[in-house]
Design a protein around this ligand. Sequence first.
Ligand code: UDP
Length: 372
Amino acid sequence: MKDYDLLIVGAGPVGCVVAERAATLKGWSSLIIDKRDHIAGNCYDRHHESGVLIHQYGPHYFRTNDKNLLDYLGQFTGWIPGNYEVKSFTNGEYFPFPINLLTLEQFFKRSFTAEEAEAFLNEIRIPNDNIQNSEEFVLSRVGKEMYEAFYLGYTLKQWDMHPTELNKSVCGRIPIRFNRDIRYVDHAYQFTPDKGFTAMFTRMIDNPLIDVQLETDFEEIRHQFKPLKATLYSGPVDAYFDFKFGKLPWRSLEFTFTEYDQEFIQPCVQINYPNDNAYTRSVEIKHVTAQKTKNTVVSYEESRAEGDPYYPIPATENAELYQRYKVLADEENKKNKVYFSGRLARYTYINTDEAIEMALSTINDIIRDAEA
Ligand code: UDP
């Protein structure tokens, strides 16, 4: 096998960004391997048999607060506005979600100004100045009735764990608003790649210094091939160490894609089902991709204990187990110049923009160490 400066394990956002930066900033070559038959990791989008562009591994609503990050990615894609609107189907009605003034008005069947809503929630919320978990977090913001309508059932389905067992950061991902902003997230820049994520990452790594080898397991090559400068590992950290301390728990997903012979079937991209159906949410990604087709495809998402790792599970005992692997990862970094980066390698529930920021920081570390 020819010499490469970097071996990159995983062709997801982290692997692609590290390869691109290494080539552009330093003229370094990379071999990227991935066990799947495509690049882009869980951001992968593709045309479904019906011609509709789908997000194969669940919806990716790209957003960031960092203009520099947007500009960096903008070298590889154009952008369209991020049309990220979600409704929650509960108590037999569709509510705007996250909870905002419109949700409160529909739920409590009265009108609210922002001040009235705050005063009202102050009466029904359960104050807590030492919030330990997701249940306490939500109860302290919106009280029991809305917790049970919007959060409890969804969280049980998604994680197969009670919100009391999950860090507050899980339900804390969802904003609660005292205005009529119905967007799913708060970030300053909410944009989607105009030709999709796969196209963006394909362009990013379209460089003579970067080779990609798909359907290749790290286990097949880890003992045969050593890169000249460093290895970037973005796979699950427990797998790297052969599950030495036991398996880190991951949550997986199963998607059922259904085609419909009409332009749109849902009022917005995502509908959450806290208390109905086996699936957690239905996603009609066409609302976001802005593709023009006569038909549409909806994906129904069910949570699974087994399968590809999608979500680390934010609970104390898992963080402790991860810390044991992190000690090994730090040693491996010093001894063999292996850098662990990304959601799977760091066992952290981050979004795409945060993964890319992590990758940018990791390539800086790799360059700094190589030049030390
Ligand atoms: N959540 C909920 N009800 C909802 C949506 C989310 O209780 O209608 C909780 C649930 O525990 C979920 C977490 O908030 O796992 C984060 O939701 P988000 O939509 O950010 O999850 P992701 O898109 O990353 O799956």
